[in-house]
Design a protein around this ligand. Structure first.
Ligand code: AMP
Length: 395
């Protein structure tokens, strides 16, 4: 039996049909720019790629193309036993994935104020997928769930108590599926039991976060109420002084919404470099002397190293530091610069092993006398498929 994994954004759908047992991907692809005249679907069949224009298409149109694609590949609806949906915010309601019922949908809806861009898209995607795959069991897998094990000292902000008790203002954390997956893979690589390990995981993609994982449970992470807190990211600022909004309102006449939008989409690597949000592009520009690109990479790495050090505070020793995500898996230079700042933790890079670990390769990149620093490619689709299968086994 196959599990369909769906990740619905505001104008996109990523899908993968895979075997949750061994991770074999039968089909995958994405629909993008939905709702616009340029909407299109990209179908990946192994190494082959097929593009289908979907002018002004919505989720239903995308799932229509997906159903035809399944039929063309001789896959019947009955073979898809389960659909796993990535849902960004589960608030304090969900500490584990959940089979989608009317009550679960209501709880996801209750989290919309916490993730006003993501959760409505996730809900719309679930509705369209339930219509397209009425026979399958649908399961929600939350980005926040893994971090629900954080203790109050890590998840509470030092703000008036009623903001927490009445408005759910606390730290939730994100990228939980990825942090949990790479922690499990790292344990496998080290040949040790995850429940005996103390790890720090760095998920570095367009969004970036670091997590502290003690005996298989998240005990702290760098993202907070929303995915804006913490590290420097592609277009997100990460931490800033909370007085920034008021200061810019007074000094620059900006509204709350304008500052919030700029912190989310014009800041981070893009804001610092004035060039772009793509680490590859910035590394190339920095190599030719672009001052903004150099500064962006330097601030990114410094803040990352500082946060990794902070994430060792809940641990009594560091059994491994794990790099993952597009930047973590591919940028040997970001890893090397970060490890160079973390000598205080005994971390030492092995330059040759570090350069060799690119393009999906897993491996140890530290010297034998250092705590292990590992590159572990993430696989959120496989983790969502596994979690989906696990939920269905237990109901
Ligand atoms: P993700 O969100 O996990 O797909 O990661 C996207 C980020 O990974 C972007 O900033 C890319 O520039 C970065 N990335 C992908 N490949 C490389 C590479 N070879 N070197 C540096 N950064 C890379």
């Amino acid at each position: 039996m196959w599990t369909l994994v769906l990740n619905c954004g505001s104008s996109s759908v990523k899908y993968a049909l895979l075997d949750p047992e061994d991770g074999t991907v039968r089909l995958s692809g994405l629909a993008e720019r939905l709702g616009s005249p340029e909407a299109r679907m990209v179908l990946l069949r192994g190494a082959d790629k097929l593009e289908v224009p979907l002018p002004n298409g919505d989720y239903a149109a995308a799932f229509g193309v997906l159903l035809s694609e399944l039929a063309a590949q001789d896959i019947t609806g009955a073979e898809i036993a389960a659909v796993g949906h990535r849902v960004v915010h589960g608030g304090s309601h969900f500490s584990a994935p959940a089979r989608i019922t009317p009550e679960v949908l209501e709880a996801i809806r209750a989290c919309v104020p916490l993730a006003p861009l993501h959760n409505p898209a996730n809900l719309a995607g679930i509705a369209a997928a339930q219509a397209a795959f009425p026979e399958a069991a649908h399961v929600a897998v939350f980005d926040t769930a893994f971090h629900q094990t954080m203790p109050p000292r890590a998840y509470r902000y030092a703000v008036p108590d009623e903001w927490y008790s009445q408005h759910d203002v606390r730290r939730y954390g994100f990228h939980g599926t990825s942090h949990a997956y790479v922690a499990g893979e790292a344990a496998r690589m080290l040949g040790q039991d995850l429940n005996a390990l103390q790890l720090v995981t760095a998920h570095l993609g367009n969004g970036c976060s670091v997590a502290s994982i003690r005996f298989g449970e998240s005990v702290d992470t760098s993202m907070g109420l929303t995915p804006l807190e913490g590290l420097v990211m592609g277009t997100r600022s990460g931490d800033v002084d909370p007085n920034l909004h008021a200061y810019l309102a007074r000094e620059a006449g900006l509204t709350l919404d304008e500052v919030t939008a700029a912190l989310n989409s014009k800041s981070g690597l893009l804001g610092l470099s004035g060039l772009g949000s793509d680490m590859r592009e910035l590394e190339a520009a920095a190599a030719t002397g672009h001052a903004g690109a150099r500064l962006a990479v330097e601030v990114f790495v410094y803040r990352l190293a500082k946060t990794i050090a902070a994430m060792t505070v809940p641990l009594t020793r560091l059994d491994a530091l794990i790099f993952t995500g597009g930047i973590g898996e591919n940028s040997a230079s970001v890893r090397e610069k970060t490890l160079a700042l973390l000598g205080v933790l005994g971390l030492r890079v092995d330059p040759e092993a570090n350069t060799a670990a690119v393009r999906g390769a897993a491996g140890r990149i530290s010297t034998p006398d250092s705590p292990p620093a590992l590159v572990v490619p993430t696989n959120e689709e496989l983790m969502i498929a596994r979690e989906t299968a696990r939920v269905l086994e237990t109901v």
